[in-house]
Design a protein around this ligand. Sequence first.
Ligand SMILES: [Zn+2]
Length: 237
Amino acid sequence: MNTPPPIPPSGPYAAPYPGPYGVPGPAPAPMCEVCGAAPAAAVTIRAHQGMVVLMRSMRRQGVYCRPCGMAFFREMQADTMLQGWWGLLSAFVTPLFLLLNLGARATLRALPEPTTWGWRPPLDPGKPILKRPAGLIALIPLIAIAVLVTAFTVLMIIGLVAGDDDTPKPLTAGSCVRNEGSWTDQDLQPVPCDSALAAYRVKDPGTDECPAGAYLADLKYSGDGTTNLCLVPLSRR
Ligand SMILES: [Zn+2]
């Protein structure tokens, strides 16, 4: 009866790395957790699955060589591109995860191809994501998000530019206005007094009070910011 051969040491924790003369050498280069190849780097790759109301996030954290890491990255990125969008919150989480994964991909791509091999061949990275159906399908929500972000930015810029013109011009006594807002939030627009739109004539009461039936214009419409101007309703004929 043959005794089985001793199992050769393998795995990331098996081989000690004694330096010359028994002095501990430099720290060993990290090895891929999956195949044992080196060089390898620590990365975190995320995946997200939206399920209308529910959602699920997955995370794979480990030390991988370039081909194994790229295999995980492409698989999880493609899954997220297909399954990530389906939910309100998921639609926000998904682009974030896709971006975070690009960071992991940058780390993996900075690694050279393995120079020393481990106990098994590395994983097959497979096709690049944009050559998979998931990559093409995900272009639709990604383009939609890009359009929304661009539109939002443009609207913000327009709002900031237009917002500069928000300070109302002081009204002059005797001119006519109409109020496009409520009386608590006035939006007084000067109009010609002979226009059908003219609703009130501006009157400077001086030291007197406004006549009966008149409204008070907001202080922001007075030239000095302290006296209330009166708005006397124009009688219609
Ligand atoms: Zn590997």
